[in-house]
Design a protein around this ligand. Structure first.
Ligand code: ADP
Ligand code: ADP
Length: 228
């Protein structure tokens, strides 16, 4: 499903962010990516959805070889990948409903399909009663729920999340994690960069630890393993 072979990434300014990674993630897995700030976690996951290209090596995601993938083919490739960010990245002038529907309009679903599916995913994240509100009228946790609804509305095979609970209090973080757990139980692969020790230790899954651009630990049922 996701495979990296001898992947290296050096940014144009000469910073080596990833120094030779080999990894395989199977369909249906739930993987935490942990490591200190600047370790290379974001770069590692950005390469999975072709936000960054590797400097060398190969990355195959859903059967697509990414280094060679043309820019014009990237939107099609990304239909099978949902992405969730720490800061939600919602469109502030659009309602909850419109933020989620937008992702389906882009791929030209019919209005009937859109309405049915948008309400379905808003129900899954528990926001069906707030469809007409604007992101600014909602709490951080509610905004992250919209962002998760948007990420899964096109039924992707993989959801990638970069610090999704980074701006949320512990209780809200657990609510958000339970949604990811549900999405994973429904068969979607989840890859999540996180600093949340409590969650990693108490909702155990595979842990890939990155330090200085290398995988230093890869455990099927791992622990967070850092002081903070
Ligand atoms: P993490 O997500 O673990 O904090 P990053 O992947 O963001 O780590 O960063 C890894 C290293 O690459 C850091 O030294 C960071 O400063 C550098 N880096 C990240 N993005 C860029 C970029 N766009 N240009 C140059 N250097 C970058
Ligand atoms: P995160 O907290 O998610 O790890 P970062 O703080 O590492 O994010 O980076 C935030 C943004 O800035 C990213 O888009 C990253 O690519 C970019 N960035 C990070 N470090 C550098 C850098 N040294 N030079 C240029 N861009 C960078």
């Amino acid at each position: 499903m996701i495979e990296m072979i001898d992947v290296k990434k050096t940014y144009p300014n000469g910073v080596s962010a990833i120094g030779g990674i080999n990894v395989k993630i199977k369909p249906g897995e739930f993987v935490y990516v942990v490591g200190t700030s600047g370790a290379g976690k974001s770069t590692f996951i950005k390469m999975m959805y072709r936000e960054e290209r590797p400097t060398s090596g190969n990355i195959i995601v859903n059967g697509v070889s990414l280094p060679k993938l043309r820019n014009t083919k990237v939107p099609l490739f990304r239909r099978n990948i949902g992405v969730v960010f720490q800061d939600y990245k919602l469109l502030q002038t659009l309602s909850v409903y419109e933020n989620v529907a937008f992702a389906m309009e882009v791929i030209e679903s019919t209005p009937a399909q859109i309405k049915k599916r948008v309400m379905e995913v808003l129900e899954l994240v528990g926001l069906k009663h707030k469809v007409r509100m604007l992101p600014s009228e909602l709490s951080g946790g509610e905004q992250q729920r919209i962002s998760i609804a948007r990420s899964i509305v096109n039924s992707p095979k993989i959801v990638i999340a970069d610090e999704p609970t980074g701006n949320l209090d512990p209780e809200t973080s657990w609510e958000i994690m339970n949604i990811f757990e549900q999405i994973n139980k429904n068969g979607t692969t989840v890859v999540m960069a996180t600093h949340n020790r409590d969650i990693v230790n108490n909702m155990p899954h595979r842990v890939i630890a990155i330090e200085d651009g290398q995988i230093v630990r890869d455990e099927q049922r791992g622990e967070y393993g850092y002081e903070n």
